[in-house]
Design a protein around this ligand. Structure first.
Ligand code: DX5
Ligand code: ZN
Length: 220
């Protein structure tokens, strides 16, 4: 089985030692730095903003995978391009004109991602899939780290994988929320390409080793 890309979520890092934690990710088997932006409106929590992303960008050596949990994300597409985002993911539920938003993200040289809340059906992407570089399936309700994984996620991944095959696009499937080595293999078997993990990595005794374990948990 193909090893997934691993994107540790810095939301669970120690913000008093952010540079240390970023350097740990740099030196680890991780593939991307996952950056969660919450506005206190789209989700009932506020994470961190531009100055922190700027500081992360200074130390990070891997692509920045930015997950916007904010209303009206069009307002900040240019800002995140300037901050060095590689992937910019917006929520389906926050975009009235999703097609236009995707074009705007790509016109700034970034990969365009769409995140789906647990209640949002993957078939709603049928008419935009050809314009989407990655779909982020939320396996918890967005807003907080450390929540338990929603089991229905496997069905959603399989349905999305089938849609990607049918449409013949190269869209990646990313899963975010409650990911551990308990579910990683099953997620990749279902069709996941990228696994985001926050608490499981940063609250472990040896985060770098935990990243490696996640990466290798899908080997035959
Ligand atoms: C949740 C965020 C996640 C979060 C995952 O709203 O999008 O990226 O950091 O945290 P864990 O892995 O602890 O569920
Ligand atoms: Zn996230």
């Amino acid at each position: 089985m193909k090893s997934p890309l691993i994107a540790p979520s810095l939301l669970a890092a120690d913000f008093g030692n952010l540079q240390r934690d970023i350097e740990m990710v740099n030196a680890s088997a991780a593939d991307w730095h996952h950056i969660d932006i919450m506005d206190g409106v789209f989700v009932p929590n506020i994470s961190y903003g531009m100055p922190v992303v700027k500081a992360i960008e200074k130390s990070a050596t891997k692509p920045l995978d930015v997950h916007l949990m904010i209303v009206d994300p069009d307002r900040y597409i240019e800002t995140f391009a300037d901050l060095g985002a590689t992937n910019l993911t917006v929520h389906y539920e926050a975009c009235t004109h999703l097609h236009r938003t995707l074009q705007a993200i790509k016109s700034k040289g970034m990969k365009a991602g769409v995140a789906l809340n647990p209640h949002t059906n993957v078939m709603l992407l049928e008419d935009t899939l050809q314009d989407i570089d990655l779909v982020l399936i939320m396996s918890v309700n967005p807003g907080f780290g450390g929540q338990s994984f929603i089991e229905h996620t496997y069905e959603k991944i399989k349905a999305l994988k089938a849609l990607i095959t049918k449409k013949n696009t190269s869209t990646l499937i990313e899963v975010d929320g409650g990911v551990t080595t308990e579910n990683s293999r099953k997620l990749v078997e279902a069709g996941a390409d990228v696994l985001v993990a926050g608490s499981f990595v940063f609250k472990s005794d040896n985060p770098s080793n935990t990243i490696k374990e996640l990466k290798e948990s899908c080997k035959n």
